[in-house]
Design a protein around this ligand. Structure first.
Ligand SMILES: Nc1ncnc2c1ncn2[C@@H]1O[C@H](COP(=O)(O)OP(=O)(O)OP(=O)(O)O)[C@@H](O)[C@H]1O
Length: 307
C-alpha cells in the first residue's frame, strides 16, 4: 500500500536555534488511524504544523498524496483538514455560517449538500442555526471538526482532540473518529491519553525530544502488553544468577535479594513451574513473590524517560 503521507529526513530548527525535530522519517497509510504520543514539548505540534504547511521545514521532504508540501503547497494543503489544540472560532456566528466559511477559505465552490452531510455526521444538524457561543464544549469541538472537514479533505489531523473533555464526551468523540475512518478519511491524532491511543489507533508512534523513537502496530504493542513480570524475593542474597538458571534470563536486583522473570501470558508455557523447581534444585529459597503486567503506559514512560 502506498503511503498517503510520506515524511523523509525532516528536521526543524526554530529561529531561536532550538532544534525541535531531528531527522524524522514517517509514513502514514491511507485509511489508518495513527496516534502520535509524546510528552509535552516533544515536537508533536511542530510536526503537524509542518505537514499542514503552517511552519516551514528546515530540512527534509514531505509529500501528501504525492504532492510536495513546499513546491505543490496548495494541492497538498487541500487534502488536509486540521483540528488544532485550541478551540478558536467566531463565537457569534452560526454553526452553518462558520463551517461554510471555512470551505470558502480553500477556494472550493459552495456545496450545501456536503456541509449538511458533515453537520449530520457530527450530530450538529439541529444546531446549525445556533450561535457558537451557545454551544457546549463538546459541541464546539465537533464544530471544529466540521470546519476541518468542510473542504472534503482525505486526511484529518486532530491535535489533542479530547484534552480536558469528560469521559462520556471522550467516548462520543471516539465514535465520531471511527465513523470518519469508516467513510475513508485517514486520521492522525496526538494525545496524552495512553488509553485513547490504545482504544483508537491502528498504529502508534512515539516522539520524544524531536525524534521518533517507536512506530508499531497497536496489536503488536498489545502483544507486548501480554508480557508479565514475576518478582521472587529471596531468603538469602545472591552475588550472581546461578549458571544453571541462565536459560530464564533472570534479572538480579542490585541488592541481590530478588530476581525478576519476564514471561508471556499468551505463550503456551509460561516456564514458571520449571523455573521454581530449577531454583529449588539450585538451592535458591524464596520468601515471597508477586507478578505485574506491563502496560502501554509503562512502555511509554520507559521509552521517554530521560537517560
Ligand atoms: N516558535 C517557536 N520558537 C522556538 N521554539 C519553539 C517554537 N514553537 C515550539 N518551540 C519549542 O519546540 C519544542 C516542541 O514544541 P511542540 O509544540 O511541537 O511540542 P508538543 O509535542 O506539541 O508539546 P505539547 O504536548 O505540550 O503540545 C518545545 O520545546 C517548544 O518550546
Amino acid at each position: 500500500m502506498s503511503p498517503i503521507i510520506s515524511v523523509s529526513n525532516l528536521s526543524k530548527t526554530y529561529g531561536s536555534g532550538f532544534k525541535a525535530l531531528n531527522n524524522i522519517n514517517l509514513e502514514i497509510n491511507k485509511g489508518e488511524i495513527f496516534a502520535l504520543l509524546g510528552p509535552n514539548g516533544a515536537g508533536k505540534t511542530t510536526l503537524i504544523s509542518i505537514i499542514c504547511g503552517i511552519a516551514n521545514p528546515s530540512q527534509g521532504k514531505i509529500a501528501v498524496a504525492g504532492h510536495d508540501i513546499v513546491s505543490d503547497y496548495r494541492a497538498a494543503r487541500s487534502m488536509i483538514g486540521l483540528v488544532p489544540q485550541e478551540l478558536h472560532t467566531d463565537a457569534f456566528e452560526s454553526v452553518w455560517a462558520t463551517v461554510s466559511f471555512s470551505r470558502g477559505l480553500f477556494g472550493k465552490p459552495k456545496n450545501p449538500a456536503h456541509i449538511e452531510k458533515v453537520l449530520k455526521d457530527l450530530s450538529l444538524w439541529d444546531k446549525k442555526d445556533n450561535k457558537i457561543v451557545t454551544l457546549s464544549g463538546g459541541m464546539k469541538r465537533r464544530v471544529m471538526i466540521a470546519k476541518a472537514l468542510s473542504h472534503e479533505p482525505q486526511i484529518l489531523f486532530l491535535d489533542e482532540p479530547t484534552a480536558g473533555v469528560d469521559v462520556e464526551l471522550r467516548k462520543g468523540m471516539w465514535e465520531v473518529v471511527r465513523a470518519l475512518q469508516a467513510s475513508g478519511v485517514t486520521i492522525i491524532l496526538t494525545t496524552h491519553y495512553i488509553e485513547e491511543a490504545e482504544e483508537m489507533a491502528d498504529r502508534i508512534g512515539v516522539i520524544n525530544k524531536g525524534e521518533i523513537i517507536l512506530i508499531e502496530n497497536k496489536t503488536t504493542l498489545m502483544q507486548k502488553l501480554g508480557r508479565k513480570q514475576l518478582t521472587l524475593q529471596l531468603q538469602g542474597r545472591l552475588d550472581c544468577v546461578p549458571p544453571a538458571l541462565a536459560a530464564y534470563s533472570l534479572e538480579l536486583s542490585s541488592d541481590g535479594r530478588a530476581v525478576t522473570y519476564d514471561y508471556d501470558t499468551k505463550g503456551e508455557r509460561t516456564g514458571i513451574t520449571s523455573l521454581l523447581s530449577d531454583l529449588r534444585n539450585a538451592g535458591v529459597r524464596i520468601s515471597d513473590l508477586d507478578t505485574r503486567q506491563s502496560s502501554l503506559e509503562d512502555i511509554f514512560v520507559s521509552l521517554v524517560r530521560a537517560p
